[in-house]
Design a protein around this ligand. Structure first.
Ligand code: GKR
Ligand code: MG
Length: 437
């Protein structure tokens, strides 16, 4: 079996005006759907980040990919990374750049690799008639657990003009409206863990929001992720204030910048008897960051992402590494379609050690944009079960893919820029200041 064709379909998917410390989500998020067509007539599919840069990197790999044996993934990794993938800077320096995870230039080779790897594994799964998560030694679980990923947001459901989507949640900029958003998430999807994207409102309002969620949903593990919007002192203050609410299976995610900053917050909280765990997808974005994160005790839970940590086999290796190092593991997310939903579910099911429900933005996207045949992936009690079908278990609806390409071609932007959106729609003087509080 050889790859005879690589097809790339840039997609624009409607997205609501969600807030984070990066700024404001644009009316459309960008993704790329990837297909590899083999000489046996099998088409393997995948999904990755969108816009010019990921597309250019995939196009640059085309000459190598066409003609490649889909089993020869290690050689492809070596081709993209040169002789050592540890040459990625382990100093933690790039965590200071605060680029959107998955769009860090240094993750590019692993991101490109992952997109092709998954499509190859999908093709191999179809060739041997086995689900993808069974190809790396058999699955650890049959369904992947996900969490309710709550966002402060302005009114609006995403898209523009005639293409605007319904807004199921309305404006959510207060503790009460976030509790209501959560109620709807849990009623519709059955999630059993809750994450709040923070770093948006004054920290005291965010403390009140977590407290309100804690009393409305007793027993649900809670996590808050301000994407480094807080200083070390503010992080300590919030850690102390939320010592009960974030205890147990909850956690504090990237409260402040850098591994050194998080290590200091952790030390100061432990000195006060607060054992809240810290998770990161900003200070730890590749294998080279893990030993340092652990040695400093800055991060206890790694938030991986198969889309830029190097795909499904790397996700499984990371799971085993975290287990050996005594660290927890969960999964990061950005806006995505149903193909990525299945990539994440297979990655989670292939990983023996997975300590917390994974993140997903999927509830924020709508049926209108879905590219998988048969419509949106369904959740069962907060999980995505692995279908009894080969490979990823989903096929593309090509009419929907074409509509996504059409939307993409009409857009004036080719990369995510939450800061520019914030200036255009909310505050003309807004800048991303870290720490803001
Ligand atoms: O969608 O605004 C967002 C998130 O902030 C996203 O970009 C992050 O990458 O979800 C992510 C996170 O956990 O940091
Ligand atoms: Mg995060």
């Amino acid at each position: 079996m050889k790859i005879k064709e690589l097809r790339l379909h840039p997609q624009a998917i409607a997205d609501g005006p969600l807030r984070s410390s990066y700024g404001l989500h644009a009316p459309y998020a960008l993704r790329t759907i990837v297909e590899v067509v083999t000489t046996d007539g099998i088409t393997g599919i995948s999904e990755t980040y969108g816009g010019d840069r990921p597309l250019a990197a995939l196009n640059a790999a085309r000459d190598y990919v066409v003609g490649m044996d889909p089993f020869a993934l290690t050689r492809f990794w070596q081709h993209l990374h040169g002789d050592s993938d540890t040459k990625v800077d382990a100093s933690g320096e790039r965590s200071q750049t605060m680029l959107v995870p998955g769009e860090n230039p240094l993750d590019e080779a692993s991101r490109t690799f992952a997109a092709i790897e998954v499509a190859c594994l999908d093709a191999i799964g179809q060739a041997v008639n086995r689900p993808l998560c069974d190809l790396t030694g058999g699955r650890a679980r049959d369904a992947a657990p996900f969490s309710a990923y709550l966002f402060y947001k302005h009114a609006g459901g995403g898209g523009t003009g005639d293409d605007a989507r319904d807004d199921k949640y309305g404006e959510c900029l207060s503790p009460e409206t976030i509790v209501e958003q959560c109620r709807r998430f849990i009623a519709e999807y059955g999630f059993a863990e809750i994450k709040l994207k923070g770093g948006v409102l004054d920290p005291d309002i965010e403390i009140d929001t977590i407290r309100a969620l804690h009393s409305a949903f007793p027993g649900y593990p809670l996590r808050i992720d301000p994407n480094c919007a807080w200083s070390v002192d503010t992080s300590v203050r919030i850690g102390l204030a939320l010592r009960d609410e974030l205890s147990g299976a909850g956690y504090l995610e990237d409260p402040c910048a850098s591994l050194a900053g998080m290590a200091e917050v952790r030390r100061r909280l432990l000195a006060e008897g607060v054992k809240t765990l810290f998770a990161s997808n900003v200070a730890t974005t590749c294998f080279a960051h893990v030993p340092q994160a652990r040695d400093l005790d800055a991060v206890q839970i790694i938030l991986s992402d198969p889309h830029y940590w190097g795909g499904i086999r790397k996700q499984k290796q990371l799971s085993e590494l975290c287990e050996v190092l005594g660290m927890g593991l969960s999964m990061h997310s950005n806006n995505h379609l149903g193909v990525s939903m299945m990539i994440m579910a297979h990655a989670a099911c292939a990983s023996p050690h997975l300590t917390h429900a994974c993140d997903t933005h999927y509830p924020w996207q709508t049926e209108v944009d879905e590219v998988v045949e048969g419509g949106r992936i369904r959740f069962t009690n907060g999980t995505v079960p692995i279908p009894d079908k080969p490979g990823l278990g989903v096929k593309l609806d090509y009419d929907q893919v074409a509509r996504g390409v059409e939307r993409y071609n009409k857009l004036p932007y080719r990369k995510r820029d939450d800061e520019a959106e914030m200036r255009q729609h909310v505050d003309p003087n807004w800048r991303r200041i870290l720490p803001r509080w």
